[in-house]
Every structure is written in structure tokens, then in C-alpha cells.
Design a protein around this ligand. Structure first.
Ligand SMILES: [Zn+2]
Length: 441
């Protein structure tokens, strides 16, 4: 089998590397899996003998994207997604690193499961996989999981995502323990007693459609609780999938006070509102739910002004049998790895948001929150690189995607921009060649 050459020269592209304040035409030399040099166009020609040349004219050259919130479903739910298919969807979408949530079966609440995930990733993953450990044993919200043990095994954060940590004293202890191991707590914020039985945002459309609502207060009250715990614990709070204007306000004020809080938003909350439920489309059913136009506007502004640090997909694959059912019965969540970058770039173009702002939110910002050495094109960094064509138009078909699942609210959308090539550790992992194997390997 031919292997990707150890030297790759990427020429003629526009590099956007927010970590190094670079935005402009640059050539890149990759050697032995790392970035060897980044220079003005043409500057590398005499160093590049024997290198494979990649012509990046008309393309953007980005640090490989980092998604800090995905569900890979393995172990336990391989009929929805596997580490192999999930990371293939990742690299198809330009993501070179993903943090995978703990709600597998068994739950990732001890070192043996963390090690299993990392072992499978070494065998089959196309992208870097960073496991997230559970906050509580079995995600049951009663006793803390084996946080120290999991940290030694390789977790980068803790989260009961999929479920909120309802018990305030457990959250207090989670923040304390996490700070001892320098891990952020990724919080799925939702007061279960306020959200109970809800399937949609409590507002205009839940009333029109006769659906039980989840009030914004379900999220905001728990965000307020966890922010209040920060000074007591020394922990770092990361608010996952922010969905309301009130949460944005809480995070903004907490940051002004200097509290160690960060936040993420999903592409679907940035692009869609509760109106997407109009036809009872279960592919628009997620948690937190799609909110009002006002909330959506607040999220866009918060991304722009940095109140929201990161964009994460919350890629949540479900089998058609779990979605093609009555609205109330359908499981929550949508896939998103293959559509995130085109959607976010279209939004940036439409709203005049600087590209470096959205690239930062998809690269160095999540990498820093997780404490992983990724998301930059610094000389010496691991050569995780994404080549993106910002102009091409194409129609997304979930059926033809790389994920095992198809539950996307963007199925059939015409998207602008597409990932042309993805490198992980200097290896070309996307596109796949004609035989279904990795190009050049
Ligand atoms: Zn969640």
C-alpha cells in the first residue's frame, strides 16, 4: 500500500489561523506529520524537493476543526454510529479532532471504558478522538464517577451530557474534583422539573402546534446555579449548547466578573428557530429545543462578540426507527459533522461576521477549553489541516453522508462551501479515493 508522502507542500491557498493571527496567502510545508514552515507564497519552493504538492488555489487552508461535543455511540449503540463512521463523518466535514460524550453503554464512567474507546480509536478512527468522562456513575446523578482514574486514562473533560446534573451538591463536588485534575465540566443545563415532558421551546410554536413546552427558564436557572458554584469550587464551567438569550446574558455577566466560564453554540441553534417544527419534523427535535427568533439573534451576536467561545455540533446520531415516529416519541438530537462548516460560513457571510471569528470558534477556542494541543497551524504543531472551498454550491443529502444516521434538519439544503481535503497528523484522510480507501494510502 502506498503511504502518504512524509513531505507535503500546500501552495496557493488563503490561510486563516486565528491562534497565530494569520489571515492571508501562505504556503505550508508538512514534514513527518508536523507543520514545518508557513511562509509567503513561493517561499518554500527550494525546500520542497520530493514533497507531494497540493494545489490550494481558491481554497481556504484552516487548522483542522475541533468539535468538542459529539456522540460517537460506541460502545453500545453501534447501530446508530461507530467510532469508524463518526470520525469518517468528522473528516468529511473538516473536523480532525472530536471529543466524544460519555453516554455510551457501558457509560464512560471508569478508566476501562475510556481505554476501550481510545483503543478502538487507534484501530479505526480517521480523526483524533478525545473521550469525555461522565460526571456521575452510570449518568445517574448520584455518585461521582472515577474522575482521577479516567483522567489518567486520557479524558479531557467531564460531562453527563444528555442528562443535566440535577443535584446541586453533586455539581458542586464535580466542579471541585474536576479542578483538581484541571478538567472543565461540560454542562447540559436543564432543570428536569421545569423541562419535564417538554418536547419543544415553550413559546409561540409550541402553543400553535399543541406541543408541551420547555421554558427558557429550565436552562437559565441551572446556568445561574452553576455560575454561583464557581467561586465555591475553583472549577471551570463550560456551558454546552447554549440556546437562550437569558443564558447569553448570564454568561456575559459572569465573564465580565472574571469567572472561569466558557460556552458553546451549535450550528442548528445558530441557523434555525422553533418554526422548523412547523410540520412536526422530528429532525428538528433536539435538546435544548430550537428557540425563538429573538434567542437565535442573541446567539449570533454572542458568537460575534466572543461571549460564546466555541461552535460544537452536538452530533447525535439516531436510527430512522427512533425518529420516524410520533413527534412526542421521537428521540432528541441531530447529526451535524458534515454540514457545520458550510452552514457557519454561510451565516458568517450573510451577517458579515469575520471569518477568523468563526474559525477561532471551531479550532483554537475549543482546543484551549479542552486543554488539547490542537487547532493551530503553528510551526511544529501536529499537521491537522482542512482545505475548504468557500464558493462551491452543493446539495446536502443525509442519505449519501458518511454518518450511519440521517437525522439532519438540513437534509436537502443547498449549502455554500465544501471541504475538499482533510489531513490528520500529516496524512490525507479525506477525500476517500475511488476504492473507498484514503486518498494516497
Ligand atoms: Zn446535551
Amino acid at each position: 500500500m502506498e503511504t502518504t508522502p512524509s513531505r507535503i507542500l500546500i501552495t496557493g491557498g488563503i490561510v486563516i489561523d486565528p491562534a497565530n493571527d494569520v489571515e492571508g496567502a501562505r504556503d505550508l510545508l508538512v514534514e513527518d506529520g508536523r507543520i514545518r514552515s508557513v511562509t509567503e507564497p513561493g517561499g518554500l519552493d527550494r525546500h520542497a524537493q520530493g514533497a507531494r504538492r497540493i494545489d490550494a488555489r481558491d481554497l481556504l487552508v484552516l487548522p483542522g476543526l475541533v468539535d468538542m461535543h459529539v456522540h460517537l455511540r460506541e460502545p453500545g449503540f453501534e447501530y446508530r454510529e461507530t467510532i469508524a463512521t463518526g470520525t469518517l463523518a468528522a473528516v468529511a466535514g473538516g473536523f480532525t479532532s472530536v471529543a466524544c460524550m460519555a453516554n455510551t453503554n457501558p457509560v464512560n464512567d471508569n478508566a476501562a471504558v475510556t481505554e476501550y474507546i481510545l483503543e478502538r480509536a487507534r484501530e479505526v478512527a480517521r480523526a483524533n478522538v478525545f473521550p469525555v468522562g461522565a460526571v456521575s456513575q452510570g449518568l445517574e446523578g448520584r455518585c461521582l464517577a472515577e474522575i482521577g482514574e479516567m483522567r489518567r486514562a486520557g479524558i479531557v473533560a467531564i460531562s453527563d451530557d444528555g442528562r443535566p446534573v440535577a443535584d446541586g451538591s453533586l455539581m458542586r463536588r464535580a466542579l471541585e474534583y474536576a479542578s483538581m485534575f484541571d478538567l472543565p465540566v461540560l454542562a447540559h443545563e436543564e432543570d428536569p422539573s421545569l423541562a419535564q415532558g417538554g418536547v419543544a421551546h415553550e413559546g409561540e410554536w409550541s402553543v400553535r402546534l399543541g406541543l408541551r413546552g420547555i421554558p427558557s427558564a429550565a436552562e437559565e436557572s441551572m446556568v445561574a446555579r452553576d455560575l454561583a458554584l464557581l467561586p465555591l469550587t475553583g472549577g471551570r464551567l463550560h456551558v454546552a449548547h447554549v440556546s437562550t438569550r437569558g443564558t447569553v446574558e448570564l454568561v456575559r455577566r459572569a465573564k465580565e466578573k472574571g469567572l472561569p466560564v466558557t460556552a458553546e453554540v451549535t450550528p442548528h441553534h445558530l441557523l434555525l428557530t422553533e418554526e422548523a417544527l412547523r410540520e412536526y419534523d422530528t429532525n428538528a427535535k433536539m435538546r435544548p429545543p430550537l428557540r425563538s427568533a429573538e434567542d437565535r439573534e442573541a446567539l449570533v451576536l454572542a458568537l460575534e462578540d466572543g461571549t460564546i467561545d466555541a461552535i460544537a455540533t452536538d452530533h447525535a446520531p439516531h436510527h430512522p426507527d427512533e425518529k420516524d415516529v410520533e413527534f412526542e416519541q421521537a428521540l432528541d438530537g441531530v447529526i451535524g459533522l458534515e454540514t457545520a462548516l458550510p452552514l457557519v460560513f454561510s451565516l458568517a457571510a450573510e451577517r458579515n461576521i469575520p471569518l477568523r471569528t468563526v474559525v477561532r470558534a471551531m479550532t483554537v477556542a475549543p482546543a484551549r477549553i479542552l486543554g488539547i494541543d490542537r487547532g493551530t497551524l503553528s510551526v511544529g504543531a501536529v499537521a491537522d489541516i482542512t482545505l475548504f472551498d468557500p464558493e462551491v454550491r452543493w446539495t446536502y443529502s443525509a442519505r449519501d453522508g458518511c454518518s450511519k444516521s440521517r437525522n439532519s434538519p438540513f437534509d436537502g439544503w443547498e449549502l455554500r462551501g465544501r471541504v475538499r481535503m482533510t489531513l490528520v497528523g500529516g496524512r490525507i484522510v479525506w477525500p476517500l479515493g475511488p476504492t473507498g480507501t484514503i486518498a494516497g494510502s
